[in-house]
Design a binder for this molecule. Sequence first.
Ligand code: GLY
Length: 359
Amino acid sequence: MTISRRKLLGTAAVAAAAARVVKAAPATARPVAVSSANGLRAVERAVKGMMGGEDPLDSAIAGVNIVEDDPTDMTVGYGGIPNEEGVVQLDACVMHGPTARAGAVASLEGVKNPTRVAKLVMETTDHILLVGPGARHFATVNGFANENLLTEKARKVWLFWKQNLSDNDKWLEPDPAHYDPDVKAFIEENGWDDLRKPKSGGTIHLSAVNARGDLAGCTSTSGLFFKMPGRVGDSPIIGAGCFTDNDVGSAGSTGRGEANILVSGGHLTVEFMRQGKHPRDACLMTLERIARTTREKRLLNVAGRPNFGIRFYAVNKAGQYGGASMYSHNSTGKRRQFAVADSSGARMEDAAFLFEGRM
Ligand code: GLY
C-alpha cells in the first residue's frame, strides 16, 4: 500500500504549522547542542564544554558519556537491553566537522562508552568502522577493560521476554499476579501491550556547534531490544545515525534504524539543510522520505503509515536547530520532545511531527 502525495502533504502541513511556533535560534545563541529527549544532561555538558573552549566533538562525547554511564537509561551503554542471547552489544559513531573525519564501532561488548572507542578508531586508524570481536580487540589494546554491562534489571527484563516468547518452548510464562516489580515498571514505562512484540525505544544522538561555527555529532545505542546477535542498526553508520558537514550542519537519528539506513537519513537531513532548509524542516523532510518509501505491509498500519517510531535532530552552522518525530506522541501518550542547550541553558522542546498519534 502506498501513501498518497495528498495525504502526506496534508500531514506535513500540520507538522509545519506546529513547527512554525518553534523560534529559530539566532546565530548569537551559539554554542548549541541538540539531542534526543534522553540527552538533557548531555546537551548541558556539551555546551558547557564548548563555552570553555573544548573541541565540539570532545564536548559531544563527554555529554553522551553521561547517558552511557547511566544504568537507568536502558537503551544506551551500561544497563542497555541485551540481544536475544542476553548479551549487551553496543553501536556508536562520532563525526568531527573541522577535520571531516569519522569513527565508529558496532556490536561492541564490554565497554560502557563505545563513543570513546569510536573516537579512537577515527584518530588512530585508517578505518572508519570496526565491528564485533575486532572492535573488542581494538578496545582491549587501547586499555578498555572488559566490563559486565548487563544490569540485574536488564537481565530480568530479558528473561521475562524469553519466558513469554512462545507457548511451544520449555519456558513457562510468569504468572501476571507475581510479575517482578522491576519488570512490571519497565513494561508500563515502555507501553508494552503485547509481550511477544515488545516495543523498542531509545538511543542518544547529539549534534553540536561551537561559537565559531565548528560542528560535531555522535550517536550511541544498545540497539533494538532483543535484536539478533550481530545486528547492526543505523547508529554506527556514518550518513545514517549521524552525519556532520562543517560547511552546513550536523544531524542524527533515534528510532527504527533499519528505516533510517534505507534513506541514509543523517546525510539526507544535512543535504536538505545545504539546500537552505531550516534544521527542523530538514528533519521533517527526511521523515517524509521514510514514510513515502516504507512499502512493506508488515511495516505499515491500517492508515498506510509507518508502524514504527523514528526521530531526527539537527543543528546548522548558524546555530539554528530542530527535532522532528514520525509521530507526535510516544507509546505511553507523552508528547515527543528533544533536548537543546545554548548559552541561555538547557531545556526540552516539543518536536515537530509528521503524523498525529502515538508510537
Ligand atoms: N536507532 C537505533 C537502532 O536502530 O539500533
